[in-house]
Design a protein around this ligand. Sequence first.
Ligand code: SF4
Ligand code: SF4
Length: 364
Amino acid sequence: MEYRKLPHGGEQISIIGLGNSSLGAAGEAEVEKTVALALESGINFFDMAAGDAVPFPAYGRAVAGCRKQVFYQVHFGADYRSGAYGWTLDIDDIKRSVDWQLTALQTDYIDFGFLHCIDEAADLQTAIAQGTLSYMEDLKRQGVIRHIGLSSHTPAVVHQVLDMGILDMLMFSINPAYDYRHGEYAIGSGDERAALYRRCEAEGVGISVMKAFSGGQLLCAETSPFGQALTEYQCIQYALDRPGVVTVLPGVRNREDVRRILGFLTANEDEKDYSVLGSFTPQEAAGSCVYCNHCQPCPAGLDVGLINKYYDLALAGDALAKSHYANLGTKASACLACGHCDARCPFGVRQTQRMREIAAYFGE
Ligand code: SF4
Ligand code: SF4
C-alpha cells in the first residue's frame, strides 16, 4: 500500500480507502471479512456514509483489535437508526445518529467528523443555524473529533466552508465525466473544479474522493458519456493525480471487489494511463495539462506532470509549491525544447512554450 500524508495532522492515509455505499447488501458476515481483508492489505481509511446500517456493527467487530490504525469518516447528517440510510439537517437527530454510529462501531472518538452531503447554500445555512457546525467544533475541542470534514458535490458550497477555515478534509466527487461536464454531479466547469482542487492543496485540506467511477457509469461503454469504457485503474489514477487528493474511496460490494481494486497497486503504467481522455477533452479544457505524464519519457529527465502541477499550484497561491519545485532534481530550465512531449500530449498542451514560462516564473 502507498500512503499520503494529511497536511493538517500528518496522518499517513492509504491512497485507496473503502466506501460503504454498497457493502451492506452483502450481509454482516461478508462485511466483516471484507473489512478484515482491507486491513490486512494496508487500507486504513474508511468512509462511513454507508448505504444502510449493516456495515456498522461488522466494522466494530473487525476493527476491535486495531482501532488506532484506522481512520473513520463519520457523517453528521447521515442517520441509520431505522436500519436504512436517511439524510437529516436536524441537530437532535444528528446527535442521536452519531451516538448510534459510535456505539455500533465500538469507539468513543471520530477521526474525521464530516458535515454530510451539503450541496446547497441553503442547507449550509441551516446546518450553521441549527448549530451543527458549532457542535462539531465543540466535539473537536473535547477531543472526540480529531478533524472536521465536509462532503459535497458543489464547488461554490465548498468554497464557502473553506472560507471558514475549519476544514482538514473534503470528500468530493471526482472523475473525468464530472470534470468534463457529464453527469448528475458535474457541478461547475472543468476550470472551476480544477481551481477548487488547487485551493484545497494550497490550504492543506486533503481530498477523499467519492464517485471515482461516476457510480459505475464510466466502466461501461453503453453508459460512459465518452462512448467508451474506462477502467477502474484509469479512474483511480486520474483521481490521485488531481491536486489535494489524499485517498480514493471505491464503493466495494465484497472481498472480490477489494482484491480487484488492490490490483491497482501492482498494475503497470499502461493499465493506469488515462490519456485516452485527450480524445474527449472539451474545447474549454484543451491545452491544460492534466499531469498524466503520458508524454514521458522526456530526454532531459523532466517530470513534466509534476512541474506543471507545482506551477499551477504556485499560481493558485500554494506557499509550499515553490519549495516543492526547488526540490526537484531537474527544473523547467533544463527543457531542450525538443518537442517530444508536444507531439505526445493528447490534451494539446504545448510544453516547449510552457516550460519557458515556468522557468521564468520560478527563476530556474
Ligand atoms: S503535457 Fe500532456 S501528456 Fe504531458 S503531463 Fe501534461 S497533459 Fe499529460
Ligand atoms: S520539450 Fe522539454 S519537457 Fe518536453 S520532452 Fe522535450 S525536453 Fe522534455
